[in-house]
Every structure is written in C-alpha cells, then in structure tokens.
Design a protein around this ligand. Structure first.
Ligand SMILES: Nc1nc2c(c(=O)[nH]1)N[C@H]1C(S)=C(S)[C@@H](COP(=O)(O)OP(=O)(O)OC[C@H]3O[C@@H](n4cnc5c(=O)[nH]c(N)nc54)[C@H](O)[C@@H]3O)O[C@H]1N2
Ligand SMILES: Nc1nc2c(c(=O)[nH]1)N[C@H]1C(S)=C(S)[C@@H](COP(=O)(O)OP(=O)(O)OC[C@H]3O[C@@H](n4cnc5c(=O)[nH]c(N)nc54)[C@H](O)[C@@H]3O)O[C@H]1N2
Ligand code: SF4
Ligand SMILES: [Mo]
Length: 675
C-alpha cells in the first residue's frame, strides 16, 4: 500500500524533471513521473526512474564522524557541532576570516545555498564561498555576462521543438540532458535541421544535417570561420547589428583572417563543411545554439562562450522567441547555487559584494559588518591551501578528490589544511580526508527549491524524515548558532528572505511555485516570470561583440604524449557516481571505467577490444579497458569520470581559464600503452 505520493524535482541533472516519490511506511519505494510538470511532461530518464534507490541505501552516512588518530569515530550531533564550531572559531581568531573557505553544493536546495553564502559572509566574515559551477559553467556566467549582461540561458525548452535549426556544440543532450534531448528529437521530427560540432560522433550527430568532427579545443577557430563566411557572403543581419549591438568592426578585425580554408588544419575540418554549417545557421529563421562543457571546460572557456555569442548576434539569432543560446547547466541546482550567490564576488541575484550600497543592504538585513573584497574561487582556494594562507575548508556535497582536475594536486591541498569539514550523504573520497564528517540529508528528506537550466524555480518536497536527523540547512544554522549568530532555517522563510533582498527574484515564494514553478527574472510580487530574456533590448543595453582568437589548449600533443585526451559523461551514470553506482541495475549495465580509441590507433598499437591498457599523462596513470570505436577521430582518446575506483581525474590537467578559473578537462596530452 502506498501511503503517500510526494511531488518533487529530480536530484540529478539541470533539466529539472518532476516526479512523485511513492512512500510506504516511511520508506520510499518508487518513482512516478509527473505528467503535468512543465519541464518533463511525464517523461524521465533512467536516473530519474531510479532516483529513490540511493536514498535508503545502507551506505548512507547516518551519524556524525570525528577523526581521531586517523580513524573515524561516531559522535553525537552535539559533540560534532560543538567541535566544528570551536575549531572554526579558533582558526578565525588565529589567522583571520580569510583563512577559512566554504564550498556550497549544486546538489542542495536554493535555500541551503543561500544559508551557506550567508554563513560564509555574515558568520565567518569571508567572501571565500564558491561551488562546483567553477568546474562547469563558470565560463558561461563570465562570458554571457560580458556579451549580453546576464549569464543564464536566454530562451526556454518549449521553444526547441519549433526551431528550424539547432546548432549543438560541445553538448551531448541525449546522454547528459535526456529530456531536453527528447525535445531535440521532436524538433528533428518536425523538420528542424541539426548541426552538431563535437569531437565524438554522439547519438544526435547520427541525425545531423551537418556533422563537424573538430579536434578538441579548436572551437574558436571553427566559430570565427563561420562568422567570416557569413559576413563575406553577406548573410549577416545588418539591421540587428546596427540597432542592437556594438563593436562589430572590432569583431571583423579579429575574424577577417579566419577563412574556412585557413582553419582546416587546426580544426581538422574541411572548409566546405564549415561553410555548409554557417549558411544553414545564418539563413534559418528560427535558429539557436545549444552548448555545454565541450565549450566551457577549456583554458579558453570564456572566449569560447563569447565566440558563440558573437555568432548569434551576427545572425540576429538572440533576443527574441525561437532563438538564443542554451547553456545546458549541469547539476540539478547549479543554476540556483549561482543565483543564490554561492560565488566569491556576488550575493544572491548577482549583486556585487564590492558595491557599497548593496553591501549595506545585506549588512543591515543581517545586522553585521560584511567583507568588502571579493573572495577566492574554488580553484584559487586550492592554490592557497597548498601555499599556506588557507587553513580551513567546510565543504557541502562536493567530491573534489574525484572531480577536480589532477587528483594529486587536490589531495595535496586538502592534506595541507589544518581543519576540513565535509557534509555528505555518502563516504566520498573527499569525505575520507575530513577531520569531521557531518551527515547531510538527500533531496527526498527536505523542503526547498531547485532552479533548472531554463531559469525555472521548482519545488522540492520532503517525502521522509532526514535519515541523519538533520537537513543540510539545519546543520549550517546550528553551527552558526554555536558561533553566536542566529539564522532562520525554515526553507519557506529563507526563500522569503532571499526574495526580499534580491530584485531578480522578488516575486518568488513557495506559494507561487506550487504548480509550474517560475522562470526568473521575477522582479515583482505578481510578475508571471520570463521565458525569454533580452527581448527588444539586452540586459546590458547593447549586445557587445568582443573579438576572440584561437589559442591551443594548455597542453598539446608531442612525441611522448601523442594523443588528445578528452573526458565527459554517459547516460546511465552521474558525476562521481556516489549515487548511480548504488543503483543495482545501473551498475550491472555499466560497472567500470573505459577509454575510447579509434580502430586505426588501436590496430597500430595492437590493442584489442576490452583489453586493459595503461593511459598516462604528465599527472598520472590509470589502467582501464579499451573500447574501440570509430565515433572518435584517430589521435583522440575519450573517458568518462564516473568510477571512484578507476578515477579519471588522476590524468586530467589542472590548467585553468584565466578569467573564470575552470579547468581544462576536455583536452590534455596523453599516451596509451599495452600492458
Ligand atoms: N547522465 C549524466 N547526465 C549529466 C551528468 C552526468 O554525470 N551524467 N552531469 C551533469 C553535469 S554536472 C553537467 S555540467 C552536464 C554536462 O553536459 P555535457 O556538457 O553535455 O556533457 P559532457 O559529456 O561533459 O560533454 C559534452 C560534449 O562535449 C564534447 N567535447 C569534448 N571536447 C570538446 C571540444 O573541445 N569542443 C566541442 N565542441 N565539444 C567537445 C564531448 O565529446 C561531449 O559529447 O551534464 C549533466 N548531466
Ligand atoms: N574528468 C572530468 N571531471 C569533471 C568533469 C568532466 O567533464 N570531466 N566535470 C566537472 C563538472 S561539470 C562538475 S559539475 C563536477 C561535479 O563534481 P561533484 O559536485 O563533486 O560531483 P557529484 O557527484 O555531483 O558530487 C556531489 C557530492 O554531493 C553528494 N550529495 C548529493 N546530494 C546531496 C545533498 O543533498 N546533501 C549533501 N550534503 N550532499 C549531497 C554526493 O554524495 C556527492 O558525493 O565534476 C567535474 N569533474
Ligand atoms: S533528464 Fe535529468 S532531471 Fe530528468 S530524469 Fe533524467 S537526470 Fe533527472
Ligand atoms: Mo557540471
């Protein structure tokens, strides 16, 4: 007998599907998709269908753990929280507030992220707060903000089926955002022509009108060549450029030498294909660009984003319905964690910490003095831990040891700290390094909201009581209390406080999110939400053309490391796999890591199907099974990163974009050897 059905939002990817959790005798026994959810309309992917399974897995952390002489011992909540508060206070007194840093979680609710950034700023007194967007779409926030004045998706999922052309570049929607992938399929069925630019022949490339298989890390050359061709063929939107943008002549100065022929060598793509793609995109009436980490996870990530914004503006394909840029945000609530100000430079709604009037508004509301200088990014926290000034790190729901580039580097940083607190639902590799582990609560054990990749706030609802006894939000507030500062932990009240301090989300409240959620901006109490932004006018006024030029990845191939290694995702598993490797059927289908290699390379090296091989880079080495496939070019290798016991990030390069500080997960030099 099902005793209740609780409507909530999927805890995995940024699509934001809605489903019910079926509860029987205080246990969650199943998932049923919600037909009325505006995002998923009754569909779910394999991860959503199994989202209940990890929640009650026996491996869940249930009691706080304190490390003594290298071993974890169970402790009472009071003992653990007293100890954490005492150590935070001691470190702050000894070294000052900027010796501490917190990492919020894109897996947690908006309300918990708001509390985490408030805790950092108002309680610890530091702007050193960040989260995994740094490894992910920070380039989107930095790039689109410069071009358009806002760093989020310009349009909505529901427009996709009605596009004439979708340019999919560095995004694998059928695996990483399946329910958006389903809308892309609908668009194809409706007659849309798809352009796919991806070093791997991903599933949607099979249905592409033009498929471009460039080398990883050569997208600026490719996009500039498209712009070059469009302008020389007079296919650009002169009226849009004149009325709505600035800087076109500077752009032209930069792209005039990027003829399609001139980029053939660097991209590995025939000029004719680039011309076909450019012409199709420019001449389609309804055309948009969908992109993701293939563009952001590079040392030129920010420039990659700007190059796409340039292309869209040259063709007038932005700032109206059925157009735009769709950055496919990754985690269930990474859009929200950014929106809530879990970033070192802004409060909620992207209000700068360096703006005196804004700082005063928050300081008055919170009755404290607030730090005026920007904090450290996650990337720079790691450097500062190794160098010495950063002494203490409080991390919620992020497994840096498995997900940051170059595992040895991140381990060195965590080992250098005086005190590490991890708030987790499973014993992740990062948690193993902690001095104290605080057991958090999964999405099914709390109320709140997530914001998905189309800027939609949606409700998350509690189906069962927290298994550890406390939600993540309550834990943060109880530490704050012990440090002498009272914070309201009730999610609905936190949401109201956030809305009252944040002009972009003034109209957001639990009551108004009941049915379909709300897409921000929601600048007034009764505002209906905003499916399309930059309509008629960009948020920054005029759209800005910013010239960008091709730069090779930080590490290029050479005699010793002749392959380009790229990494990414597969449909069945999710990030570190702490959750999906605890779903029996998923693990049965995909139990282990692998490396993809082109048949010509495999033959030359004598590597056979499924043979275990050694992959090496300048950072490390890893034994994995070889998967021979013509879906990648000769000279390229590809690996997923979902398997904790065969950890891909021992190989990846900790080289970072100078602006947004994201790591180059998508291209480094590697070699592959028979064992
Ligand atoms: N099933 C599943 N879904 C997920 C996740 C998951 O782990 N599993 N994670 C979520 C998260 S956190 C995120 S951020 C998103 C990410 O979603 P995506 O970014 O779509 O996923 P990735 O596989 O990382 O990379 C996308 C594509 O970029 C291509 N690529 C690699 N290098 C380059 C390049 O230099 N140029 C171009 N143009 N393309 C390149 C890859 O071949 C790949 O097809 O997915 C979210 N959804
Ligand atoms: N090689 C390679 N590495 C990558 C990438 C890549 O493309 N290639 N992509 C990068 C990207 S885009 C991302 S976003 C990162 C993701 O990196 P992470 O954020 O480290 O990965 P997740 O598996 O999502 O881990 C989050 C942790 O949160 C925990 N958790 C889940 N829900 C909750 C909750 O409600 N409360 C608490 N307290 N904990 C919770 C999970 O158990 C898990 O250990 O990985 C990055 N790493
Ligand atoms: S597409 Fe994303 S949000 Fe939807 S069910 Fe799958 S993992 Fe969950
Ligand atoms: Mo991500």
């Amino acid at each position: 007998m099902i005793t209740k059905r609780v409507l909530t939002t999927c805890p995995y990817c940024g699509v934001g599907c809605g489903f019910y959790l079926d509860v029987r005798d205080a246990r969650i026994v199943g998932v049923i998709p919600s037909k009325s959810n505006p995002v998923s309309k009754g569909y779910l992917c394999v991860k959503g269908w199994h989202a209940h399974e990890p929640i009650q897995h026996p491996d869940r952390l249930k009691k706080p753990l304190i490390k003594e002489n290298g071993k974890f011992k169970e402790a009472s909540w009071d003992a653990a929280l007293d100890y954490v508060a005492a150590r935070l206070k001691q470190i702050k007194n000894k070294y000052g507030p900027d010796a501490l840093a917190v990492c919020a979680s894109a897996r947690c609710t908006n309300e918990e992220n708001f509390l985490m950034m408030k805790f950092s700023r108002a309680v610890l007194g530091t702007n050193n707060v960040d989260h995994c967007a740094r490894t992910c779409h920070a380039a989107t926030v930095a790039g689109l903000n410069q071009s358009f004045g806002s760093g989020a998706s310009t349009n909505s999922y529901d427009e996709l089926p009605f596009m004439d052309c979708i340019l999919i570049i560095g995004s694998n929607p059928t695996e990483a955002h399946p329910i958006v992938g389903w809308r892309v399929r609908t668009a194809i069925d409706n007659g849309a022509k798809i352009i796919v630019c991806d070093p791997r022949k991903i599933l949607v490339a099979e249905s592409a009108y033009v498929y471009i298989q460039q080398y990883p890390g050569t997208d600026i050359a490719l996009l500039n060549a498209m712009i070059n061709f469009i302008v020389t063929q007079e296919l650009h939107d002169k009226e849009f450029i004149a009325k709505r943008t600035e800087g076109f002549s500077e752009l032209w100065d930069a792209v005039k030498d990027y003829t399609p022929e001139s980029v053939e060598d660097v991209t590995g793509v025939k000029a004719e294909l680039i011309k076909q793609a450019a012409k199709l995109y420019a001449t389609s009436k309804r055309a948009c660009i969908m992109y993701s980490l293939g563009m952001t996870e590079h040392t030129v990530g920010t420039d990659n984003i700007i190059a796409m914004a340039n292309l869209a503006m040259v063709c007038g394909h932005v700032g109206r319905e059925f157009s735009g840029l769709y950055p496919m945000r990754g985690q269930n609530n990474v859009q929200g964690a950014c929106d809530m100000g879990a970033l070192p430079n802004v409060y909620s709604g992207y209000q700068p910490v360096t703006d005196e009037a804004i700082r005063k508004k928050f300081a008055d509301a919170w009755r404290v003095n607030l730090p005026a200088v920007k904090g450290l990014t996650l990337t720079d926290m790691i450097y500062k831990a190794i160098e010495g000034p950063l002494k203490c790190f409080y991390i919620i729901g992020e497994d840096q040891v498995r997900t940051d580039p170059n595992t040895h580097w991140i381990e060195q940083a965590l080992d250098s700290l005086e005190f590490l607190v991890i708030q987790e639902i499973f014993l992740s590799e990062t948690a193993k390094k902690a001095d104290v582990i605080l057991p958090g609560a999964s999405f099914a054990e709390k109320d709140g909201t997530f914001t998905c990749a189309e800027r939609r706030f949606q409700r998350v609802r509690k189906a069962i009581e927290p298994i550890s006894g406390k939600t993540d939000g309550e834990i943060i507030c109880e530490i704050a209390q012990r440090l002498g500062y009272t914070m309201e932990s009730d999610p609905e009240k936190v949401c109201d406080e956030m809305a009252s301090l944040t002009p972009l989300y003034t109209g957001v409240s639990f009551e108004r999110l009941e049915d379909n959620g709300l897409q921000w901006p929601v600048p007034e109490k009764n505002h209906p939400g905003t499916p399309v932004v930059h309509l008629g006018k960009f948020i920054r006024g005029l759209g800005k053309f910013i010239p960008v030029r091709h730069k090779p990845p930080a590490e290029v191939t050479d005699k010793e490391y002749p392959f380009i290694l790229s990494t990414g995702r597969m449909l069945f598993h999710y990030n570190t796999g702490t959750m999906t490797t605890r779903v029996a059927n998923i693990l049965r289908e995909y139990p282990r890591n692998f490396v993809q290699i082109n048949p010509a390379d495999a033959q030359r090296l004598g590597i056979k199907k499924q043979e275990r091989v050694m992959v090496r880079t300048r950072r490390g080495e890893l034994k994995v099974a070889a998967q021979i496939t013509d879906k990648i070019k000769p000279g390229v290798l590809w690996m997923p990163f979902h398997f904790s016991d065969e950890p891909t990030n021992v190989l990846t390069n900790n080289a970072f974009d100078p602006v947004c500080r994201t790591g180059e997960y998508k291209a480094c030099a590697a070699k592959i050897e028979k064992i």
